[in-house]
Write a protein that binds this ligand. Structure first.
Ligand SMILES: *[C@@H]1O[C@H](CO)[C@@H](O)[C@H](O)[C@H]1NC(C)=O
Ligand SMILES: *[C@@H]1O[C@H](CO)[C@@H](O)[C@H](O)[C@H]1NC(C)=O
Ligand SMILES: *[C@@H]1O[C@H](CO)[C@@H](O)[C@H](O)[C@H]1NC(C)=O
Ligand SMILES: *[C@@H]1O[C@H](CO)[C@@H](O)[C@H](O)[C@H]1NC(C)=O
Length: 642
């Protein structure tokens, strides 16, 4: 491995000269000092990086892949050379369903409830007349909700019966069956070798924990995989997981640091979907318990949460590599669905308050490139950090949640819609690029300079653009434009798959020099069972019905079966080099493999009734949440309007 490939990207760009922030900052340090500091930092990073490479536990974690690797902003920020940017500057007509929806009444006290109602009215701009008075709380139902967590709960008749969703075409049905079998293999081997651990090491057949979960055994695969089992009708396995969650899932006494964002999208999100599917109060209680443990991270002057928290003490902090220990855009900006759903389900307004505050702050901060948001934001000052922009790692799901928040509110949340439109117009203007051969991609930008690469993570974008285009977020002309953009990017992501030896796409692919949708360095070439490319095709299949997306998804599933199935068939593993004919395993079956990749594959080969876009919005971890007023699974705490 060359030194070059060990060093963060910014050095390559600078060939020895650090890319500085705005010119005014250059004079701050004299040349000599600058190089001295630079040397210190480089050595520091070098050792960190070596550590990363040789610590298998870290290497294969999402933390590493999502954050450490793209943290090439480290140098200039640590040097303090980059000053922060100044921030000047349809109602359910069915009576039964309605009953169902209001059954789990909120625990909140009355004045809380009034406040909540007011908030929701303001938030969704519901006029006073339209609101039906809140009926009295039924004390019986209240006590039912306050059941002790330890008390046994069962799946009641209130369960939402999902349609089976089988496609009449036997070929498609067989493919779907194949995906279901892959899921059974993944779950059953996890159960056999790693039950209760966070993840399975499918090759060495033991448990694994990514550092985003700390070192405690929190059953991440169970919590993340449950709703996929339910969707596939694997209810016995679901029930095994339910009992484990009831008996053993707790953050009490967890002393190691956990990622606030990952915990909320995976644990809180996953449990909320189980609650929506089954109406089993236990899932709601557990998700509230976990959310509560995350709340101390939000106790900052601005309300922007820190990235990491120790659940037992609540002590929180940010990653040291993040620009001036800032919080990260995709982390602070991807909590809205989960927290607003929590408020609706519990009647407690504080969750919605927190995400509202974050969003207002992001919205009101001045942004140098129209609707593009810098990747770092300081939780103390509320100011944006270095001028790095990306629709991939560190930025991705913030943009995704703008359109999804609007849809989740049954299109009432006009603030989310405006922010989405501003954002995608800016992405379109500043980041969309086209190669000579016609491949369209989304570049990153730092200090006005484009970086011609895309991450596997960025391939969620076709889903976002097509969802916006097909849900009347824009006028027809813009909608057609964004639909085309979605199709073009989905195609580019497909090219990143077809151009490798394994027919699985790399983590990072470039559009420069000889490279076109191909990896460069060896460290670009891993695949850790990520969903994003398939997720993009899932949306494109649903929204265009072009059969090529089903074909692409099937080809990818076959390629994964060939290269990622562990030697003894004991689960699926990431691989370290998609360009190798016989790639090595990283020996981790990520929890998002069950939560997202397998779920999206299964849904591609199902018909559209199963988790219909008219009723559900997927959180960024693939957990579908019911849409207010359109889905009887939505736990209304205020009566429906219209
Ligand atoms: C709220 O609704 C009223 C009447 O429907 C409208 O005039 C007003 O502009 C809306 N406010 C917002 C913020 O959308
Ligand atoms: C569920 O419904 C079935 C048939 O409708 C009924 O026999 C059963 O008692 C119900 N169970 C509960 C727990 O209400
Ligand atoms: C799925 O597994 C079952 C049981 O092992 C088997 O009978 C079936 O043929 C498999 N289906 C496919 C499509 O591989
Ligand atoms: C919960 O954990 C205990 C102790 O590790 C274990 O004995 C028990 O079987 C677990 N419960 C389930 C449902 O797996």
């Amino acid at each position: 491995m060359s030194t070059r490939s060990l060093l963060p990207t910014h050095q390559r760009n600078s060939s020895g000269i650090i890319i500085l922030g705005p010119p005014s900052s250059r004079s701050i340090l004299r040349m000599k000092e600058k190089y001295f500091f630079f040397g210190v930092i480089v050595s520091f990073m070098f050792f960190c990086f070596i550590g990363m490479i040789y610590l298998p536990d870290l290497k294969s974690t999402q933390l590493y892949n999502r954050y450490i690797k793209p943290a090439d902003s480290l140098g200039p920020n640590l040097l303090g050379l980059v000053p922060p940017i100044e921030s000047h500057g349809h109602n359910s007509n069915n009576e039964d369903n309605y009953e169902l929806a209001v059954l789990p009444r909120p625990r909140a006290r009355f004045d809380d409830e009034r406040r909540l109602r007011k908030k929701i009215e303001e938030h969704f701009n519901i006029s006073q007349e339209a609101v039906i008075p809140i009926p009295n709380l039924n004390p019986k139902i209240r006590s039912h909700i306050n059941l002790d967590v330890s008390q046994s709960s069962r799946i009641t008749n209130a369960t939402i019966d999902l349609p089976d969703g089988a496609d009449p075409d036997p070929d498609i049905a067989k493919k779907r069956d194949f995906i279901k079998n892959m899921t059974i293999i993944s779950w059953d081997n996890y159960k056999k070798y790693a039950w209760g651990e966070n993840e399975l090491r499918p090759v060495s057949k033991r448990g694994h924990s990514s550092s985003i979960f700390g070192t405690s055994k929190l059953g991440a695969t169970i919590v993340d995989g449950m709703d996929t089992l339910w969707i596939m009708g694997l209810k016995d396995r679901f029930n095994d997981g339910r009992i484990w969650i009831q008996e053993n899932l707790t953050l009490d006494g967890v002393r190691t640091e956990m990622s606030v964002f990952e915990t909320i999208i995976r644990f809180v999100g996953g449990l909320l979907t189980c609650y929506a599917f089954t109406k089993d109060e236990m899932f709601l209680r557990k998700s509230v318990e976990i959310a509560e443990k995350m709340l101390p991270a939000f106790d900052t002057p601005t309300g922007l949460p820190y990235s990491l928290i120790k659940p037992d003490t609540g002590s929180s902090k940010n990653y040291i590599w993040a620009s001036q220990s800032s919080s990260i855009l995709a982390e602070v900006g991807t909590l809205y669905l989960e927290f607003s759903f929590l408020t609706s389900a519990t009647g407690d307004p504080k969750y919605l308050d927190k995400v509202e505050k974050i969003r207002s702050l992001l919205d009101s901060n001045s942004k140098p490139y129209d609707g593009l948001y810098p990747l770092y934001i300081n939780p103390k000052s509320g100011k944006f950090g270095s001028q790095h922009f990306s629709v991939g790692a560190l930025g991705d799901s913030f943009y995704e949640y703008l359109i999804k928040t609007w849809l989740f509110s049954n299109k009432k949340d006009v603030v989310a819609l405006r922010m989405y439109n501003e954002a995608v117009d800016a992405i379109d203007k500043h980041l969309v690029q086209r190669t000579q051969s016609g491949l369209v991609y989304l570049a990153d930008m730092r200090y006005g300079r484009l970086e011609h690469k895309m991450g596997h993570l960025t391939c969620f974008a076709p889903g976002m653009f097509s969802l916006g285009a097909k849900s009347s977020a824009h006028d027809q002309k813009r909608a057609d434009h964004f639909m085309q953009l979605a199709a073009d990017i989905a195609n580019t992501c497909h090219e990143s798959y077809t151009r490798t030896a394994t027919k699985i796409g790399p983590e990072t692919f470039w559009f420069s020099g000889d490279l076109e949708a191909q990896s460069g360095k060896r460290t670009d070439r891993y695949y850790i069972l990520r969903p994003d490319v398939i997720e993009g095709w899932f949306y494109m299949w649903r929204l265009t019905k072009d059969p090529k997306y089903r074909q692409w998804a099937w080809d990818a599933a076959q390629a994964i079966e060939k290269s990622c199935l562990a030697p003894d068939g004991t689960g699926y593993s990431g691989i370290t080099d998609v360009d190798s004919a016989k790639p090595k395993y990283d020996d981790v079956q990520q929890s998002f493999w069950l939560a997202e990749t397998l779920k999206y594959l299964y849904l591609i080969f199902s018909n559209d009734e199963l988790i219909s876009f008219d009723q559900w919005v997927f959180n960024t971890e693939g957990h579908p949440l019911p849409i207010r007023n359109l889905n009887p699974a939505f736990p209304e705490t205020v009566p429906q309007t219209n």
